[in-house]
Ligand binder design. Structure first.
Ligand code: HEC
Length: 160
């Protein structure tokens, strides 16, 4: 092989490699396998809140930690990351409201709407609010979560 030909082959090799590297960098999403949701709550609060969650049937309508009732068909917002959208105080007032639809309007039939938990013992409402407020979403997924909440609440596509 002549020197010139060798040089050209090496050049082609380098270009092919650079192309592969480039498409690798573009197609691989750095967050693909990372779960965007986490909680900052201690285990005592988390355990108590999850038992209230089951006791009051929140999961009949909501999804949390990707757990949902398999028969569930209510398009309620997911609760993962809810603490990045609302404060503990807001959640407490919402759960305590005798008319939650005055706080968050509903597009759904009466039986699917968020029920009032004004009758839930106050300590349980506090624990629940504390726990829900501790459910955060990582920054890179926040916009996506806001879109999903918007779509669940309005039944419309989020504005681009
Ligand atoms: C009958 C179905 C149903 C049950 C049971 C239910 N929810 Fe909801 N929830 C909804 C719906 C639907 C919405 C959206 C507002 C609406 O349509 O009333 C909602 C909204 C919420 C929101 C506000 C979400 C947001 O993105 O603004 C929170 C927080 C919440 N629910 C927490 C709970 C908790 C905690 C429980 C259990 C103690 C519970 N829900 C039980 C249906 C339900």
């Amino acid at each position: 092989m002549k020197r010139g030909e060798k040089g050209i082959l090496i050049l082609i090799g380098v270009l092919v490699l650079a192309g592969m590297l480039r498409s690798l960098l573009i197609t691989s999403q750095p967050h693909d396998k990372e779960i965007p949701f986490y909680s900052t709550a201690g285990s005592a609060v988390a355990e108590r809140a999850m038992s209230i969650y089951h006791q009051y049937g929140c999961r009949n309508c909501h999804t949390l930690w990707t757990l949902r009732d398999s028969l569930q068909s209510v398009p309620a917002p997911i609760l993962d990351g809810i603490g990045s959208l609302h404060s503990e105080d807001w959640i407490y007032k919402y759960l305590s409201s005798s008319n939650p639809q005055a706080v968050v309007p509903s597009r759904l039939k009466l039986e699917y709407r968020m029920p009032s938990y004004a009758d839930m013992p106050e300590t349980d409402r506090r624990t629940m609010s504390q726990y829900l407020a501790s459910l955060k979403v990582k920054d890179w997924y926040l916009e996506q979560l806001k879109k999903s909440e918007y779509e669940k609440l309005t039944g419309m596509d989020a504005p681009k």
